[in-house]
Ligand binder design. Structure first.
Ligand SMILES: Cc1cc2nc3c(=O)[nH]c(=O)nc-3n(C[C@H](O)[C@H](O)[C@H](O)COP(=O)(O)OP(=O)(O)OC[C@H]3O[C@@H](n4cnc5c(N)ncnc54)[C@H](O)[C@@H]3O)c2cc1C
Length: 335
């Protein structure tokens, strides 16, 4: 069992933790152990996460060019499958996970199944699985035949479950020299988020819709997100208007989020938007229309103007933070 793992400065990202949990359970159904493929050099926190999710072997893959390049990554996974003797390759259902696994399927001529919720080997020959279709509004039960299967995991439908006792993870280096053409698609430049919280993995998301009114109207939302350590997510009306990039879109044709808190401001709650935030634990919405569909999905709703309420929230949170900082300062014996 081989799982492609994505990580950032804080270690293994949430969607990959979910993929690891899924892969471990699938492996258990065929008696196979869990190996992880990590592109590049991993940090101590990434290694600790792998141990806590039951990874017995971690392959640090070094490619001749150290950037995201989907075909080169796929080439490495195809090669690693034989090294590990894996009967399945699993990745998170992220943009990268889907892209890389589609290339793995093309290179190895194996079928790939996306957005799985559960999967079990049956007699070592077929995999019985359920997966999301139509943006999660339909669950498909399917049987996949083949000596090896390629699966991505619905990031909003599978829980991240560490093992009771972390295992000892053996780290192995794996070097590959893909051809020049394998890097024909690769990341050339990063723009935008600038190292902030990733939308797919954020614990808090501040969302903005057409009700925000303009590109400039996002200023207070950005400020609020910064205060809360949150990512900003938007509706398609906002990306279509060119106020924000598509990378920030939440929904069926955008990113799926599963934060602890989603604060949706001036978003109506169209089904295609809700498809991307159905696994948010708590939803608070701000809308001038008390009949907007989002209100029936929300735990709390504030009926009012986003351009009044968000700046007021920013002021209140700033005041609370500075009171706390003063309290800590005055109780500090060194002061
Ligand atoms: C195939 C397909 C895929 C799609 N995929 C996606 C997707 O991935 N993500 C997505 O978001 N959409 C998607 N859509 C579009 C979706 O159907 C909606 O059109 C879109 O979500 C609407 O965005 P919105 O809620 O920002 O805008 P609107 O529907 O215009 O809603 C704006 C809301 O803001 C409120 N409002 C207005 N002014 C204020 C104010 N001052 N203060 C507070 N509230 C205010 C209004 O009452 C309203 O509820 C898709 C559509 C199709 C057909």
């Amino acid at each position: 069992m081989l799982c492609l793992v994505e990580y950032d400065d804080d270690g293994v990202v949430d969607s990959s933790r979910r993929a690891l949990s899924f892969a471990r359970k699938l492996g258990e159904s065929s008696g196979s152990t869990l190996a992880a493929a990590v592109m590049g050099t991993m940090s101590a926190s990434t290694l600790a996460s792998l141990s806590s999710f039951g990874v017995s072997e971690a392959y640090e893959v070094s490619l001749s060019v150290d950037v995201y390049a989907p075909i080169a990554w796929a080439r490495a996974l195809v090669a690693l499958v034989d090294v590990v003797g894996a009967n399945a390759v699993v990745a998170a259902g992220t943009d990268r996970g889907h892209e890389v696994m589609a290339h793995v399927g093309a290179l190895s001529e194996l079928p790939m199944v996306a957005n799985c919720l559960s999967a079990t080997w049956s007699h070592g020959a077929t995999v019985r699985l359920s997966r999301q279709r139509w943006a999660g509004s339909l669950i498909e039960e399917a049987v996949l035949e083949g000596p090896r299967v390629l699966l991505t995991v619905a990031s909003d439908g599978v829980a991240a479950e560490p093992v009771a006792t972390p295992v000892v993870t053996t780290v192995r280096e794996y070097q590959l020299q893909p051809s020049e053409s394998d890097f024909s698609v690769r990341v050339a430049e990063w723009k935008g988020r600038g190292g902030g919280v990733s939308l797919a993995d954020a614990r808090v998301v501040v969302g903005g819709g057409r009700g925000v009114g303009s590109e400039e109207g996002f200023g207070p939302l950005d400020e609020l997100a910064q205060l809360l350590g949150a990512a900003v997510g938007v509706s398609r009306a906002v990306t279509s208007a060119g106020w924000r990039p598509h990378a920030q879109q939440v929904g069926q044709t955008g990113t799926r989020i599963s934060p602890e808190l989603y604060l949706a401001c001036g978003v109506s709650g169209a089904t295609q938007h809700l498809a991307g935030c159905r696994s948010a634990k708590h939803v608070v919405t701000i809308n001038t229309d008390a009949e907007a569909p989002f209100l029936s999905r929300a735990d709390y709703a504030i009926v009012g103007d986003v351009n009044v309420i968000v700046p007021a929230l920013v002021v209140a949170i700033r005041a609370r933070k500075s009171t706390r900082a003063n309290d800590v300062g005055s109780s500090d014996p060194s002061c």
